[in-house]
Design a protein around this ligand. Structure first.
Ligand code: FAD
Length: 416
C-alpha cells in the first residue's frame, strides 16, 4: 500500500494550490485526478503557473477515487488498468463542482447541453466553427463560455441570463470594489461586442427533428424562437460532495462544512475550493493554499491568507444573491418531460412522490450511472427534495475492482 503525508483529491485550482503549499511545508504529497492533466474545469488543457506540477509531487492521473479503503485513512482508487488503495495521514478534498442542468421540454435533444459542458467539448476537439449557438442559464460562466466559443469560430446568437436587469446592474455596481474583476469583465464585454445579453430571459423549450434546431425563449410576456445548432444552458454550479459524505464529513446545505483552517468535521480531512461552496477561481486558490498549509500544521502561513479569503467570499456572496434562480424555472417541465435521464423517469411520475427516497424506490430515479448527480440537483430545485444517502462506489467502476472487497460481497449476499 502507498503511504503519503498529504493526499489531495482533485487537481483543479484548489487542489493544485493545496498540493504546492503542502509540499512547500515539507510534506510528502500525492494528488489524484480523473483527468489526464492538471487544471480542473477552468484550466482544462491549459499550461500556466498553476497547472505546472512541481517535481516531487506524486501524480495519479486518469484515476478516480471510488470508495473508502479497507483500513482507516485509506481510499480505494481505480485507473484504466487496476484498482488499488492509497494510505494517507491527511486528506484534502478539492473535488470541485458540476454544472446545474434544469429540465425543460426538449432538454434531452442532442445539441442541448450545459454551457460549461459545451465549452469542455470544444476544448476537447468538438468543431464549432461556423455553428450557431444560443447560450442561456445564469451566472458569469455564461459570458466566459460565450467569449470562448466565439473565439473558436462559433456564431453566438445571444446570451439569455435569467437574473433580472436590476440584479445584474447592482452586481456590476458592486464589482467596482474589485478592480481585477472589472478588468476581466471589460475584456469579456469587448470580446462579446454585438452579442445581445438579454436579462430576465430564459429557454422554455428546445425543438427539432432528431437534434436541436431551435429554442423557444421567454422574456417577460414576450416569447419567440431562435434557430441554433447548439444550445449551451447552465444554471450555475453545484458542489461535488459525494466523497466527503461517504467519509462522514458534515455538509452545510449542499456544500462541505469547513472551519477557518478548511478542516472538515472528520479528523485529518480538509476541503477547499468549490466543493465547500461556489465562489469562483480566486476563492478556490486561496482556500487551497490555506488547506495545504493547515494540513501540515503551518497555521502561521495559513492565517496570513484569511483576509484575502474573506474578501473573495464577499464577492462570492454577491454572486450568489445576484444569480439566484427564479420561480418560473420550476414550472417549465411538462408531464412527459424526462427528469432522470439515466432511467428515463418522467416528471408526472415524480409528481406523485413525496421524497427523493420514495422516488428512488418507486421509479428508479437517481439509480443510474450518474447516481443522481443531475436529477438529484434538478429534483432538489423542482420539489425541494434532498438526496439522503451516498453509497459506494460513488462513480461507476469495473466489477473486478470491487470483487475482492468485503462490504460489496456482503451487500450482494443480502440482495441475492
Ligand atoms: C464545466 C465547467 C466549466 C467552467 N468553466 C469556467 C470558465 O471558463 N471560467 C471560469 O472562470 N470558471 C469556470 N468554471 C468554474 C471554475 O471551474 C471554478 O471556479 C474553479 O475551477 C473551481 O476550482 P476547484 O479546484 O474547486 O474545482 P475544479 O476545477 O472543478 O477541480 C476539481 C477536480 O477534481 C476532480 N475530481 C472530482 N472528484 C474526483 C474523484 N472522485 N476522483 C478523482 N478526481 C476527482 C475533477 O475531475 C476536477 O478535475 C467552470 C466550471 C465548470 C463546472
Amino acid at each position: 500500500m502507498n503511504e503519503v503525508d498529504v493526499l489531495v483529491i482533485g487537481a483543479g485550482p484548489a487542489g493544485m494550490a493545496a498540493a504546492m503549499r503542502a509540499q512547500e511545508s515539507g510534506a510528502r504529497v500525492a494528488m489524484v485526478d480523473d483527468n489526464w492533466s492538471a487544471g480542473g474545469q477552468i484550466w482544462r488543457g491549459v499550461q500556466n503557473s498553476h497547472t505546472r506540477t512541481p517535481a516531487g509531487i506524486r501524480m495519479f492521473w486518469g484515476t478516480q477515487v471510488v470508495a473508502r479503503g479497507t483500513a482507516e485513512r485509506t481510499l480505494l482508487l481505480e485507473d484504466s488498468e487496476k484498482a488499488f488503495e492509497l494510505a494517507f495521514d491527511k486528506l484534502i478534498l478539492a473535488t470541485g463542482a458540476r454544472e446545474i442542468y434544469l429540465p425543460f421540454p426538449g432538454w434531452t435533444l442532442p445539441g442541448v447541453m450545459g454551457a460549461g459542458g459545451l465549452q469542455a467539448l470544444v476544448k476537447s476537439g468538438l468543431g464549432i466553427q461556423g455553428k450557431t449557438v444560443v447560450i442561456a442559464g445564469s451566472g458569469p460562466l455564461l459570458l466566459a463560455v460565450a467569449a470562448y466559443l466565439r473565439k473558436a469560430g462559433a456564431r453566438v446568437k445571444l446570451i439569455a441570463e435569467q437574473a433580472t436587469t436590476k440584479a445584474v446592474s447592482s452586481f456590476a455596481f458592486h464589482m467596482v470594489r474589485y478592480p481585477m474583476k472589472v478588468t476581466q469583465a471589460t475584456a469579456l464585454k469587448l470580446s462579446l461586442h454585438g452579442v445581445p445579453y438579454l436579462r430576465g430571459c430564459w429557454v422554455e423549450a428546445a425543438e427539432g427533428e432528431g437534434r436541436v434546431q431551435r429554442v423557444r425563449l421567454r422574456q417577460g410576456r414576450k416569447s419567440w424562437t431562435e434557430d441554433c445548432d447548439y444550445a449551451g444552458i447552465g444554471y450555475g454550479l453545484y458542489p461535488n460532495t459525494e466523497l466527503a459524505a461517504l467519509l462522514g464529513c458534515r455538509l452545510r446545505t449542499n456544500a462541505i462544512e469547513v472551519n477557518e483552517w478548511q478542516r472538515t468535521s472528520v479528523d485529518g480531512v480538509f476541503a477547499a475550493g468549490e466543493c465547500t461552496g461556489i465562489g469562483g477561481v480566486d476563492l478556490s486558490l486561496i482556500e487551497g493554499e490555506i488547506a495545504g498549509y493547515a494540513a501540515c500544521g503551518d497555521t502561521a502561513r495559513a492565517s496570513r491568507l484569511f483576509g484575502a479569503r474573506s474578501r473573495a467570499k464577499r464577492f462570492a456572496g454577491a454572486l450568489d444573491r445576484t444569480f439566484r434562480l427564479r420561480e418560473e424555472l420550476r414550472t417549465l417541465p411538462r408531464p412527459g418531460t424526462i427528469i432522470c435521464r439515466c432511467e428515463d423517469v418522467q416528471y408526472e411520475k415524480l409528481q406523485q412522490m413525496s421524497s427523493f427516497r420514495a422516488a428512488k424506490l418507486h421509479t428508479r430515479c437517481g439509480m443510474g450511472p450518474c447516481q443522481a448527480r443531475i436529477c438529484g440537483v434538478a429534483t432538489e430545485f423542482l420539489f425541494g427534495w434532498r438526496t439522503d444517502s451516498v453509497r459506494p462506489p460513488i462513480l461507476p467502476v469495473r466489477a473486478g475492482s470491487l470483487i475482492t472487497r468485503k462490504e460489496f460481497q456482503q451487500e450482494s449476499s443480502i440482495t441475492r
